[in-house]
Design a protein around this ligand. Structure first.
Ligand SMILES: NC(=O)c1ccc[n+]([C@@H]2O[C@H](COP(=O)([O-])OP(=O)(O)OC[C@H]3O[C@@H](n4cnc5c(N)ncnc54)[C@H](OP(=O)(O)O)[C@@H]3O)[C@@H](O)[C@H]2O)c1
Length: 270
C-alpha cells in the first residue's frame, strides 16, 4: 500500500495515537497537515518526522473555533492543492462522578472535545474531498458511547454525540466517493503495558500501532464501500462476540454488522 498521492489532515497529531499514526502515514509517503493546539508539541513531532518541507504542514489550531478550522483547511489546500483524508484524533477524558454529582461544565467540556471539534473539522475539511470525489474520514470512539459505565456520563455523552455525527455523515456521503468510519477502543495502550505488565484490566486495551494499522486499512482503495462502520478494536467486550485474527486476515462480528478485513500487513491482536 502507498499513500504517495494522498494529502492527510491529522488533528490531535501530537497526541498519544496521533504521533504513531503520523509516523506510519509518513512512511507510506502521504503529504501531511498536522494540527493541534500546542506549537511546541507539533514542533517536536516535526523534528522526529524529519520530512521534507514539501510533504509537511504544521499548523496550530483550536478546532473548537470554526474559523480556525476553516483557515487551517485553506492553508492545506493552498499548500497541497487538495485534501484526501481527515483523521480526527482530538481527545480527552473526564469521569469519576455520577450524573447527580458531576458539574455541568464537565459535560460541556466533553461535548466540546468530542462533538464540536469533530463538527467544525468535518465542515472545514470535507468539502474539498467531496469536490474531488474521493476521501476518508476516520475517528476513534469508545464502546462506552453505546454502553455507558456508571460515573462515566460526560465522556459517554460526548462520544455518543460524536458517533451520531459520524453516522449521519456516512448517510449523507453515500455515493460521493468519501467514507466516514469509526474505530472503537476501550483504552489506548500507549506504554505497551498489555505486553510488559499483563493484567485483567489491560487485556482489552489496544496499542496505537494496532489502531494505526486499522486506520491504514481504512485509507486504502479497497475500503471504498465501507462506510458508517463502528469497528471494535478491543478484546473481551461484553456479549463475548467472536473476534478472531489469524495471520493476515480477521473477522469482526460487531453488534450491527459483519466486517471482513483482509490485511496487507501483519497485525497481531489478541
Ligand atoms: N486514549 C484512550 O484510551 C482512548 C480511548 C477511546 C478513544 N480514544 C480516542 O482516540 C483519539 C486519540 O486519543 P489520544 O489518547 O491519542 O488523545 P491525546 O493523547 O489526549 O491527544 C489528544 C490531542 O488532541 C489535541 N486537541 C485537544 N483539544 C483540541 C482542540 N480543541 N483543538 C485542536 N486539537 C486539540 C491535543 O493537542 P494539544 O496537546 O496541542 O492541545 C492532543 O494532541 C481521540 O479521539 C480519543 O477520544 C482514546
Amino acid at each position: 500500500m502507498t499513500l504517495e498521492n494522498r494529502v492527510a489532515v491529522i488533528t490531535g497529531a501530537a497526541g498519544g495515537l496521533g504521533s504513531v499514526v503520523t509516523r506510519d502515514l509518513a512512511a507510506q509517503g502521504a503529504r501531511l497537515a498536522l494540527l493541534g493546539r500546542s506549537a511546541e508539541r507539533l514542533e517536536s513531532l516535526k523534528r522526529d518526522l524529519a520530512l521534507p518541507e514539501a510533504r509537511l504542514l504544521i499548523r496550530t489550531a483550536d478546532l473548537l473555533n470554526p474559523s480556525e478550522a476553516k483557515s487551517a483547511a485553506e492553508a492545506v489546500t493552498t499548500k497541497f492543492g487538495k485534501i484526501d483524508i481527515l483523521l480526527h484524533l482530538v481527545g480527552g477524558w473526564t469521569g469519576g462522578k455520577t450524573l447527580t454529582e458531576v458539574p455541568a461544565e464537565d459535560v460541556t467540556v466533553m461535548l466540546d472535545q468530542h462533538l464540536w471539534t469533530t463538527f467544525h473539522s468535518v465542515r472545514a475539511f470535507l468539502p474539498e474531498m467531496v469536490k474531488n470525489g474521493w476521501g476518508r474520514v476516520v475517528v476513534v470512539s469508545s464502546p462506552f458511547a453505546s454502553r455507558p459505565a456508571a460515573r462515566g456520563g460526560p465522556y459517554a455523552i460526548g462520544k455518543a454525540a460524536q458517533e451520531a455525527l459520524m453516522l449521519t455523515l456516512s448517510q449523507e456521503l453515500k455515493g460521493s466517493g468519501v467514507t466516514a468510519n469509526m474505530l472503537l477502543v476501550k483504552s489506548i495502550d500507549t506504554k505497551a503495558e498489555r505486553q510488559t505488565h499483563p493484567s485483567p484490566e489491560n487485556a482489552s486495551w489496544t496499542t496505537p500501532e494496532e489502531l494505526s494499522a486499522a486506520i491504514l486499512y481504512l485509507l486504502s482503495e479497497e475500503t471504498g464501500t465501507l462506510n458508517g462502520a463502528r469497528i471494535p478494536m478491543y478484546s473481551g467486550f461484553k456479549n463475548n462476540l467472536p473476534v478472531s485474527l489469524r495471520h493476515r486476515e480477521f473477522f469482526v462480528l460487531s453488534l450491527d454488522r459483519l466486517v471482513f478485513f483482509r490485511w496487507s500487513t501483519s497485525l497481531s491482536i489478541s
